[in-house]
Design a protein around this ligand. Structure first.
Ligand code: C5P
Length: 402
């Protein structure tokens, strides 16, 4: 936490979105802290927010006009101007309503329209009653926002509006400031770097309607891509079929088969600084693809499988200065298998996933994994949120390039 003269916010243009919760009064202090840290703060308030704090309070604290509607500046398209002007956005307090609208892409006021148009890093500080915070609808909104790289600060437990107590209180302004500073620092860490990330499964066709596939959701790779993008990298995401929707701002190449993934990765990797192979690439494919649908009446088909290209191995064989990151799904002897893969595929880092136990790995929000590297910057086996694991990978990429 720092508001020192060397603040990471010095000269940064920060959009401060204030929505309608009682914690809005504390956000006046957050505005002050950000200004003291050297930020140029532009406040946008929702109608409901103005019921709690007057726009003049924020105007006086920031020295900038406060906007409340898209019609505030006749002759300019205000939400577009604001969206393109700012380096970073903070929404505090963030109501359940605004979280849901941001998650869905609803743009029915100045704040949500600006945030939909903007591609800057976003920090949100939720504040609401416990029932609203715990509601599956809010949980889904938060999950969607996190998957897109939005930083969520809090909430914490404590006194709430209407004399209640519980989870849902907005984090203190100092804590929000620290999160904003951390995001500001991270947002340029990978600037100028080209990073290729693969995600999702591959589908290897048997006939025009059937394929051999796997349960990968693509969440892990998409989390890495979102995190690298949030840190300023130019990210190409090579995405397998049926995987989760990637956030905006990435170059997305959609592929179906391992062969197509290989071609896309090899071409994208040509001028890349790093390749992160998080995709669950099929190891085998049917040797022949039937031209027509295989008929039940013909009886069970004999399917001969042949190996697919090992993309990562191929990249490892012509590695150059490129940083290579692989994933290894293992059921036993995690460390030994991971170390073998690190050497065999000429990788800089391998994430060894423990798979086969209930509730982890493919399709889940968490991963039981260890990080093994060439330079000893390892992490022992533990349970990670996928975005947290993505951050640990990007930390190591940044260190390598630093
Ligand atoms: O050797 P194994 O398949 O366990 O290695 C997994 C790693 O190799 C993952 O990073 C995966 O994306 C990559 N891989 C690949 N091409 C394949 C199979 C796996 O690049 N055909």
């Amino acid at each position: 936490m720092s508001t020192s003269g060397t603040s990471l916010l010095k000269g940064k243009r920060v959009l401060l979105g204030v929505t309608g919760g009682i914690a809005a009064y504390k956000v006046a202090h957050l505005a002050r802290l950000m200004v003291a840290a050297g930020a140029d703060v532009r406040v946008v308030m929702t109608d409901a927010a103005t019921r709690f704090v007057g726009p003049d309070t924020f105007a006086a604290l920031t020295g900038n006009p406060v906007h409340t509607t898209v019609w505030d500046e006749p002759g300019t398209v205000l939400h577009v101007r604001l969206a393109h002007e700012v380096d970073l956005a903070v929404v505090a307090p963030a109501t359940a309503n605004v979280l849901s609208k941001l998650a869905q892409g609803i743009a029915d006021d100045l704040l949500t329209s600006t945030l939909l148009e903007s591609r800057c890093p976003v920090v949100v500080a939720p504040a609401m009653h416990t029932g609203m915070w715990d509601h599956p609808a809010t949980c889904a909104s938060v999950e969607a926002l996190e998957a897109r790289g939005v930083t969520i600060v809090g909430p914490v437990a404590g006194p709430l509006a209407a004399g209640d107590e519980g989870m849902g209180r907005m984090s203190e302004p100092e804590e929000i400031l620290a999160a904003v500073e951390a995001v500001a620092a991270r947002s340029t860490e990978l600037a100028g770097r080209r990073i290729v990330v693969t995600a999702g499964p591959t589908h290897e066709p048997l006939d025009p309607v059937r394929f051999i596939g796997n349960r990968s959701s693509g969440r892990m790779g998409v989390a890495v891509a979102a995190e690298a993008h949030a840190r300023g990298a130019d990210v190409t995401l090579v995405l397998g079929p049926g995987a989760v929707t990637p956030p905006a701002g990435l170059h997305v190449m959609r592929v179906e088969t391992a062969e197509q993934m290989r071609d896309a990765v090899v071409s994208a990797a040509k001028d890349a600084d790093a390749v992160v192979m998080a995709a669950a690439v099929a190891d085998f494919r049917p040797e022949r693809v039937a031209e027509g649908k295989l008929k039940k009446e013909a009886g069970p088909p004999e399917v001969r499988l042949v190996p697919t290209p090992d993309i990562l191995k191929e990249l490892g064989e012509s590695k150059g200065d490129r940083v290579l990151v692989g994933f290894a799904a293992e059921t036993s002897e995690l460390e030994a298998s991971g170390r073998r893969k690190l050497l065999a595929k000429n990788l800089d880092l391998v994430v060894v996933n423990e798979v086969g136990r209930e509730g982890t790995g493919f399709g889940f929000e968490t991963n039981d994994a260890m990080i093994l590297t060439r330079d000893g910057d390892d992490e022992p086996l533990r349970t990670w949120a996928k975005r947290e694991l993505a951050a640990a990978i990007c930390d190591r990429l940044a260190k390598r390039f630093g």
